[in-house]
Design a protein around this ligand. Structure first.
Ligand SMILES: Cc1ncc(COP(=O)(O)O)c(C=O)c1O
Length: 414
C-alpha cells in the first residue's frame, strides 16, 4: 500500500492526477509503487512483467541492488555541486564513456533532448566558428525520426504530427527519407556548403523500431566526409548496450563525430550525454554551453554503476542472445497470425511487432488485455508493439510474454 495516500483508493487518486496534470499523457488507471528486477507492482498489490522498462530506460531493471547501493552511498556523500567544480563520479563516467566509445570529450545532460540540443549546438559552432565556415549552419535529419521536444530537437524530428501547433519551427533543417542513401546524397547535394551536420538514429525507435539496410551508416559516413559535414548519431534509445553492442554504430563499423545518449545510461535517473571527438569538442569553450544539473555527482555515479554492471556481468552478450530469442519468437507469432501481424523488426532488445488488420483499436486493446494479465507493453506509431525490456530479461519472461500475446491476439480475432 502506498505510504503517501494510505487512506485513498486508486480510482480517486487517478482522477486527481488526471485533473492536475497537463493532459498530454494517456495513462492507464493504475498507480505503480515499486519495482524489483523485471517486475513492478501497483498500489493495489497487482504485479506486472515490465517489457519496456520505462521506454528503454531501466537497463538493469528495477531497484537493481548495485544501483540502489550506489544511490544510497552517493546521496550520503554529495548529490550536487554544479559544474563549477570537478567531482570523481563525473570523471569516472567520462573515463568509461571515452574508453568504450569513439569519443574523446563528454558533455553531460539530463535528457536525450538536451543531449541532442548540445549536439546541434556544438556542430553549428564547430563549423561556423572553429572551422570558420560561417554559412555552414544547416542540418539534415530523417523522416519518421525522433530527437526530442525542444524547439531544435522538435524541428530535427521530421514528423509533421509533432509539429502541429508549434510552428514556426527553427530555420536550417532539411529532411530526407530514412534508410535511403541515394536520397540522403541528393539532399546533401541540394543543401551544399550550408550543411553542418547529419543527425540520424542508428535504429529509429519512436518511428516504429525501423532498422536501416546494412551499410547505411557507413554510407552516410562517406557522404558526410564528401560534403564536409559531421555525422551525429542519436543513440538515446540504442546506446549503452540495447542492441547487444555498447553503441549501435559498432554494428556498421562506423566512427561518428558526435553521439547523443540518455535513457539507459542513467538506469532510471535523469542522465544524458553528448559525446564527441577531440576536434569537435573544442567548439564548446567557457560561456558557450552549460547545464545546472547535467552530470551531477548522483546521476553520474549511477551512470557509472550502470556501465560497470553491464561490463562486469557480461550483459552485452546476454542482450544479444535474449534479443535473438525474442526476435525468433515474434517472427513465429507473426507467421502464425498473419491476419493481425504485419511484420517484426528490431535488433538486440529493441524489437517491434507491427499489427495490421482492419481494427485500428487493436494495438491499444492488446496493451490493455496484456495489462489485465499482468504484462506491461508499449505501442509506438499507433500500430506497433515495442519491446525494450531490461537487459536482465530471461527466456522465461520472453516466452511468457509471447504465449500471452498469442492468446490475446487469438481472442482479438476470434
Ligand atoms: C532517439 C531519441 N532521441 C531523443 C529522445 C528524447 O529523449 P528525452 O525524452 O530524454 O528528452 C528520445 C526519446 O524517446 C529518443 O528515442
Amino acid at each position: 500500500m502506498s505510504t503517501l495516500f494510505a487512506e485513498s483508493d486508486t480510482e480517486e487518486l487517478v482522477a486527481r492526477a488526471r485533473a492536475h496534470q497537463t493532459p498530454n499523457y494517456r495513462q492507464p488507471p493504475i498507480m505503480l509503487t515499486r519495482g524489483e528486477g523485471m517486475w513492478v507492482w501497483d498500489r493495489d498489490g497487482r504485479r506486472y512483467l515490465d517489457m519496456f522498462a520505462g521506454i528503454a530506460v531501466n537497463a538493469l531493471g528495477h531497484a537493481h541492488p548495485r544501483l540502489v547501493a550506489a544511490i544510497r552511498d552517493q546521496a550520503d556523500k554529495l548529490c550536487h555541486v554544479s559544474n563549477i567544480f570537478f567531482h570523481e563520479p563525473g570523471l569516472a563516467l567520462m573515463d568509461e564513456l571515452v574508453a568504450r566509445s569513439f569519443g574523446d570529450r563528454v558533455f553531460f545532460t539530463n535528457s536525450g533532448t538536451e543531449a541532442n540540443e548540445a549536439a546541434l549546438k556544438i556542430a553549428r559552432r564547430f563549423q561556423t566558428v572553429v572551422r570558420g565556415q560561417g554559412e555552414r549552419t544547416d542540418f539534415l535529419t530523417f523522416e519518421h525520426g525522433f530527437h526530442g521536444r525542444s524547439f531544435a530537437s522538435l524541428t530535427a524530428t521530421a514528423q509533421p504530427k509533432y509539429h502541429e501547433g508549434f510552428r514556426p519551427l527553427l530555420p536550417g533543417f532539411h529532411y530526407a527519407p530514412y534508410g535511403d542513401l541515394e536520397a540522403a546524397g541528393a539532399a546533401m547535394e541540394a543543401i551544399g556548403d550550408r550543411l553542418a551536420a547529419v543527425l540520424v538514429e542508428p535504429v529509429q525507435g519512436e518511428g516504429g523500431v525501423r532498422v536501416p539496410p546494412k551499410g547505411y551508416l557507413s554510407g552516410l559516413r562517406k557522404l558526410c566526409d564528401a560534403h564536409g559535414a559531421l555525422l551525429m548519431l542519436d543513440e538515446v534509445q540504442t546506446g549503452v548496450g540495447r542492441t547487444g553492442e555498447w553503441f549501435a554504430y559498432e554494428i556498421d563499423g562506423v566512427r561518428p563525430d558526435v553521439m547523443s545518449l540518455a535513457k539507459g545510461i542513467g538506469g532510471g535517473v535523469p542522465l544524458g550525454a553528448m559525446v564527441c571527438t577531440e576536434e569537435v569538442g573544442q567548439a564548446f569553450v567557457p560561456g558557450t554551453h552549460a547545464s545546472t544539473f547535467g552530470g551531477n555527482p548522483l546521476a553520474t555515479r549511477v551512470g557509472l554503476e550502470v556501465m560497470r554492471t553491464i561490463a562486469e556481468e557480461g550483459l552485452l552478450d546476454h542482450v544479444y542472445e535474449a534479443g535473438e530469442h525474442l526476435g525468433r519468437g515474434l517472427a513465429a507469432l507473426c507467421a502464425a497470425r498473419p491476419e493481425v501481424c504485419v511484420e517484426t523488426r528490431g535488433y538486440g532488445l529493441l524489437r517491434a511487432l507491427e499489427l495490421g488488420g482492419d481494427d485500428p483499436e487493436l494495438p491499444a486493446r492488446v496493451v490493455e488485455r496484456a495489462r489485465e494479465r499482468g504484462f506491461l507493453l508499449n505501442v509506438v506509431v499507433g500500430n506497433t508493439l515495442r519491446f525494450a525490456p531490461a537487459f536482465i530479461v530471461q527466456r522465461g519472461h520472453i516466452d511468457a510474454t509471447l504465449e500471452m500475446l498469442d492468446e490475446v491476439l487469438g481472442e482479438a480475432t476470434a
